[in-house]
Design a binder for this molecule. Sequence first.
Ligand code: DGL
Length: 269
Amino acid sequence: MPIGIFDSGLGGLTVQQEIASRIPDQSLVYLGDNKYAPYGVRDHEQIYSLTQNAIERLWNAGCDLVIVACNTASAVAVKRMQEEWLPENKRVLGVFVPLIEAVTERQWGDNSAPKEVGVKQVALFATPATVATRAFQRELAFRAIGVDVEAQPCGGLVDAIEENDFELAEALVQSHVSALLRRMPNPQAAVLGCTHYPILKKCFEKALGPNVQVYSQGRIVAESLMHYLNRHPRFKEKGEALFLTTGDVDKVSLAATRFLSKKMLFKSV
Ligand code: DGL
């Protein structure tokens, strides 16, 4: 069956592209909830119910496994869904845990006690809603000790990217990085905790300087999915990639084409 990949808007395409390049035959259905993006300024109940609606649409498209390629929805909704809503035959995977496993040098399924890790100071860049959940700090504390996290809510950045206003987006990256560095002058690692941000990775790297290792999710999530599929081969199926949106098809296709610098065609969900 096809695997669903969901984001509030264009950001999850950074994850979809990495999955498609590593598992090229796999049938994939991408859904951007562009009509309601950005999620990161919404309250938790809204994010939860928008995420439920989007996942149900992907179930209707035949996807029993859905990757929530949105940190905001992953942080706010995935755990709660797994606990209280998900039917037995459906799976929903967030993008948070693989990233934290990479930062803390942990293998999947390693449930041993938290240990000291190489990195001591981590800068987190994410949406205001993701930062407010403190989900990153919580998941990190399950795996590592002695790591300080300084989080920067990057207001305005998803909107600027969705509107393809990269001049504004780059200015916002510089100002959010400066704000964080005033509070944590020498982070060893920076985490791009929003799937929209990898498109600006070079800009983050430049603003952070050469001594900061910048983590983004595409490759990490794609590799984690490959391992997951080896453990759960029933989700493998050969087929095409399909791109769906709740927004205006022409506008979203054009924005996605600019976002990825290649021709993209979306259909209405
Ligand atoms: N790409 C989403 C994320 O990873 C953006 C959320 C939003 O729409 O604000 O958090």
